[in-house]
Design a protein around this ligand. Structure first.
Ligand code: NOJ
Length: 872
């Protein structure tokens, strides 16, 4: 038990010297903007709030969860909370089972864009790409279809969607797994995705909470060049936390996400998964989160401290992959029976897990797990690490349904037309089409030929890492273009070696149209591709792509460029060339890549996507760079989020930097005009801070404290390195291997208190105080299609909050409208209280400032033809 005591010491040392997040001020800015500083600390907050079923649909789920957990022994509760260890069962994470009740081990499976490590699944459009559709219906549909696939493979928890990283810097390796650096776009996308996944009967796990904005140093570890370096600390102030990074998490909680994954990084120098302020106070307190917090894989660094700090499930359960040791498991059993952790806290963990289970209807939706992450073979070992339990492990169930068509449509709707000199759409009657680029063709190793897609071979349709899925096939752009043109008797040829300069020039010279495909990749930090350790080293296109574009466009005056990328790339040196007649951003489209781009190129789909980030002139335009080298020796690199809420377009606006293509920009094959802005005030009454007290923590069990009752069952078939809840001895001291077992421990103040607690003023329901969603204004505008073909337009509503520390404009609402030629459609959008509020660090609540507020409506963050002052 010594390590438990040490864990306490660590948290009391870190948290004792803490200051509330809002108290740090920036001396260089009249002290008005709170900034994040090196060595920032995180205040303690205890006890961990127990779930109480507040919020739509949760009360019934809680009733069922309480009834279920009441029947459980302590060992069974511990089993629900602790993973069995890496590669212990079929999924990337499994908790223990409860055989007495016929309750099988819960299965957690990546990823945010489909099912990782399984055959006969779909590879959906990535989050950062489908964000560009600005289409609530597409987000929901994708979530639902992904959920259905997980459900049919037997998965209980889909490890997605992602809103952390949000995308503070475009080089962040995993930005593409999430949606957009804009919190409102991300917030609406994540809420729709959560609803979709959970309506399919699968628990969504929104991740990574929070400020997991880069891959370098995300975890403590040994680095070739630097030796040991502790996990990076993202240092944040209270205002930026609320107004930017927490915002989409609040939307996910409000949408009912059953689970949230705490992140690898530290926040204000306190580990993500044992940060009591962020987990207890913010997430379970202020945001009223009713589901469970699951650790990222090996992001747990303590036993007792993480229990008190609000973590509910340890993944994958072992301290290090396959160590056979666990911070929880038997140690959690011991910490309850020796009185260190009160049983109500473990009950709350189990209740939260089961409440999420009932909330999404797992009790009626569950099917047996019919795949195995560690092998595609039909027969193999159930326990892959232990190499035991040989039998049927993969039934190869095809769960794809009709999803391919939806993926094709979604990716085409997410494609953004950045430049068009009138050459697009192509007619298909072009006499000679030449296709260029390694990015137009197939990975020579096959679409799944590189582990976790950790290579940049062939056309790019997803990034790399755990956020991936196996492709059932990958329709390449080259084959789709050939399918388009060959039946019509056209000439179509390609050069896919980007370095074959002579052949490229020779072919480009003959072409009536040249289509050049380039890409830029990134992924998760455990894989390095071409020197990029997850994060991108720069924003240029890969594989000599810039030279390829220049070589082709030097010889063909009708060159169309298609970019497949994880985010913005630098286009400054070529985008203005007259020979480059069109540019499309197609993002990471997923399995139907070629078909989707052909639909847009040949005009079956009129592009309506808008870029969900900014294309800048140079990497430095985006503000602070990622941290690529230790800043603090072996201690945690200090990553100070000093730019506050000014990331992406807010940074460009603030610093008066002209982007190349601004956030929200995207052309169409038709044109639209905006008129008739109308703003109606809606009476909502005053905002009432939440008051009163919670109930006491429910008592659901009163387990024996005698170690003799927790011994290994006689008939158990032991699986090597598997994590169990049982004790090795009837003597606590021996079982814990702790000479101080049973002596006095010190708890963080309030950690064991189960009495009613004050409710939080800014809280009151999942997502925060429900009155934040009161509608204060209703806005309409008229959008007219001035062209001759039908098209989609995305009117965007921005607000200037008017204060000196506010972004020039901030996105607050949008809609995607299909409009017939010559017709007008009405854009209707609400403005909520939350939309016009700032976070006030003193009152710890949202307030509407006295500054004059203006609403804007237009087609991008910089084309805002309609505006009006908001009259409160
Ligand atoms: C670590 C990643 O950060 C997380 O996103 C993923 O779900 C787990 N590994 C499991 O693969």
């Amino acid at each position: 038990m010594l390590w438990l005591a040490q864990a306490f010491l660590a948290i009391s040392l870190v948290e004792a010297q803490s200051t509330p997040y809002g108290n740090t001020t920036n001396p260089s800015n009249n002290g008005s903007i709170p900034v994040a500083l090196s060595n920032a600390t995180s205040p303690p907050f205890y006890p961990s709030p127990w779930g109480d079923g507040t919020g739509d649909g949760w009360a019934e789920a809680y009733e069922k969860a309480h009834a279920f957990v009441r029947q459980l022994t302590l060992l069974e509760k511990v089993n629900l909370t602790t993973g069995v260890g890496w590669e212990g069962e079929a999924c990337v994470g499994n908790v223990g089972e409860i055989p007495r009740l016929g309750f099988r081990s819960l299965c957690m499976q990546d990823s945010p864009l489909g099912i990782r490590f399984a055959d006969y699944v779909s590879a959906f459009t990535s989050g950062g790409t489908i964000a560009a559709s600005w289409d609530r219906g597409e987000w929901y549909r994708r979530g639902y279809q992904m959920g259905m696939e997980h459900r049919q493979k037997g998965v209980d928890v889909q490890l997605g969607p992602v809103v952390g990283p949000l995308g503070r810097n475009p080089k962040g390796g995993r930005n593409w797994e999430g949606f957009s650096p804009d919190p409102v776009l991300s917030g609406i996308a994540v809420a729709q995705t959560v609803r979709g996944i959970q309506d399919a009967g699968v628990i969504a796990c929104t991740k990574h909470y929070i400020l997991n904005e880069q891959e370098h140093f995300r975890q403590p570890g040994n680095f070739e060049d630097f030796g040991f370096v502790d996990a990076i600390s993202s240092n944040i102030d209270d205002k930026t936390l609320h107004e930017l990074y927490l915002w989409p998490f609040a939307d996910a909680v409000r949408a009912g996400t059953g689970s949230i994954m705490c992140s690898y990084n530290k926040i204000n120098n306190s580990q993500g998964c044992q940060n009591s302020y962020l987990q207890n106070y913010i997430l379970k307190g202020e945001l009223g989160f009713q589901g469970f917090i699951m650790s990222d894989w090996d992001a747990q660094h303590s036993g007792v401290a993480s229990s008190f700090a609000g973590m509910d499930m340890s993944m994958p359960g072992d301290t290090d992959f396959d160590s056979g040791l666990s911070f929880w498991g038997a140690n959690l059993t011991l910490s309850v029976i020796n009185g260190t952790v009160p049983e109500w806290r473990v009950d709350d963990m189990a209740v939260r897990i089961m409440a999420a289970y009932y909330f999404v209807g797992r009790d009626t939706a569950q099917v047996p797990v019919n795949f195995n992450s560690w092998s595609l073979d039909t027969f193999g070992y159930r326990h892959a690490f232990a190499q035991t339990g040989y039998g049927l492990i993969n039934e190869h169930v095809d769960v794809r349904d009709e999803h391919a068509m939806a993926i094709r449509t979604a990716a085409a709707k997410s494609t953004v037309l950045l430049k068009n000199n009138g050459v697009l759409p192509l007619t298909g009657r072009e006499k000679f089409t030449a296709v260029f680029g390694d990015d137009s063709t197939e990975n020579p190793y096959g679409p799944n030929g590189c582990p976790d897609h950790g290579c940049d071979n062939g056309t790019l349709a997803m990034g790399w890492g755990s956020g991936t899925a196996f492709y059932p096939y990958l329709v390449t752009p080259l084959e789709a273009i050939k399918n388009e043109l060959v039946p019509q008797g056209r000439v179509v040829q390609s050069v896919v070696d980007n370095w074959a300069y002579d052949q490229i020039t020779a072919l480009a010279k003959q072409a009536s149209v040249a289509i050049v495909f380039v890409n830029s990749d990134s992924g998760e930090g455990y894989i390095t591709v071409d020197g990029n350790m997850g994060d991108r080293n720069n924003l240029t296109v890969w594989q000599d792509g810039e030279q390829l574009i220049k070589n082709v466009s030097a010889s063909c005056n009708n060159t169309v460029v298609v970019i497949h990328s994880v985010g913005p790339v630098l286009v400054d040196s070529w985008y203005e060339s007259e020979n480059i007649t069109a540019i499309l951003w197609a993002g990471l489209p997923g399995e139907q890549s070629g078909n989707s781009i052909a639909d847009v190129l040949y005009g079956r789909v009129n592009p309506g996507g808008k870029i969900p980030f900014t294309f800048g002139r140079q990497a430095s335009d985006y503000g602070p760079d990622l941290i690529y080298e230790p800043t603090n020796g072996h201690d945690s690199p200090q990553d100070n989020f000093e730019e506050g809420v000014f990331i992406d377009y807010r940074a460009f606006d603030k610093n008066d930097i002209t982007p190349i293509y601004e956030f929200g920009f995207g052309l169409s094959y038709t044109t639209f005009s905006y008129s008739d802005l109308n703003v109606q005030k809606v009476e909502a009454g005053p905002y009432t801070p939440t008051t009163g007290m919670t109930g006491a923590a429910p008592v659901l069990g009163n387990s024996s404290t005698d170690p003799a009752d927790y011994q290994w069952p006689a008939n158990l078939t032991y699986v090597k390195q598997y994590i169990y809840p049982y004790l090795n001895s009837t003597d606590g001291k021996t079982a814990s291997n702790d000479s101080e077992y049973g002596l006095n421990y010190t708890w963080p103040e309030g950690a064991t208190d189960s009495s009613p607690q004050p409710r939080i003023a800014a809280g009151g329901a999942p997502g925060g105080n429900p009155q934040l969603w009161d509608v204060l204004f209703s806005v309409t505008a008229s959008i007219t299609n001035n062209g001759t073909i039908p098209g989609d337009e995305v009117p965007q509503l921005y607000i200037s909050l008017g204060g000196p520390d506010d972004p020039k404009v901030a996105l607050r609402n949008f809609d995607r409208l299909s409009i017939q030629p010559g017709q007008s459609a009405t854009f209707t959008a609400d403005i909520t209280r939350r939309d016009v509020s700032n976070w006030d660090t003193v009152s710890q609540n949202w307030v509407i400032s006295n500054h004059t507020k203006t609403v804007y409506v237009g087609s991008s963050s910089r084309t805002l033809p309609l505006s009006a002052k908001l009259q409160f």
